[in-house]
Design a protein around this ligand. Structure first.
Ligand code: MG
Length: 165
């Protein structure tokens, strides 16, 4: 087996009149993330990390934001598709590490629910999965509460004959 890593980053604008969904969890807040789908930056960053580790393209290639099928779609649909690609390559996920950057709301009270959602989608034990949160110290657009960002890193193992020739 060969070890591979992938990285993903996403950001969406926070606006009024949208539900806030982060890490597959609906969170009560005065604003939500704007986007074509549910705009879940955590799952979008994670999908990109998974596709990256597999040497594939980004989430926008698989789920274009011009396609009406994905309007309002829960991003768990995208994550399940990314997980299917992992299986297709006979890859085994080793671990997932995520950082959410948000000035508000407080993310930590929801981390356990997010881990349960991601663990179910990816068939991962909670110890293979880390979700951390930080603020942007009130600096820049995240610091002003104009958006929320997420970064994800994944490690997986693939058989020597797949992806590693
Ligand atoms: Mg996105």
């Amino acid at each position: 087996m060969k070890t591979r890593v992938g990285i993903g980053y996403d950001v969406h604008r926070l606006i009024e009149g949208r539900p806030l969904v982060l890490g597959g969890v609906r969170i009560e807040h005065s604003k939500g993330l704007d986007g074509h789908s549910d705009a879940d930056v955590v799952l979008h960053a994670l999908c990109d990390a998974l596709f990256g580790a597999l040497g594939e393209s980004d989430i926008g290639q698989f789920f274009p934001n011009t396609d009406p099928r994905w309007k309002g779609a829960p991003s768990t649909v995208f994550l399940e598709e990314a997980a299917r690609h992992v299986s297709m390559h006979q890859a085994v996920l080793v671990n997932v590490d995520i950082t959410i950057i948000a000035e508000e709301p407080k993310v930590n009270p929801h981390v356990a629910d997010m881990k349960a959602c991601l663990g179910q989608c990816l068939q991962l034990h909670s110890k293979q999965l880390s979700i951390k949160a930080t603020t942007n110290e009130r600096i820049g657009f995240i610091g002003r509460g104009e958006g929320i960002a997420a970064m994800a890193v994944v490690s997986l193992e693939v058989p020597d004959t797949n992806l590693c020739e």
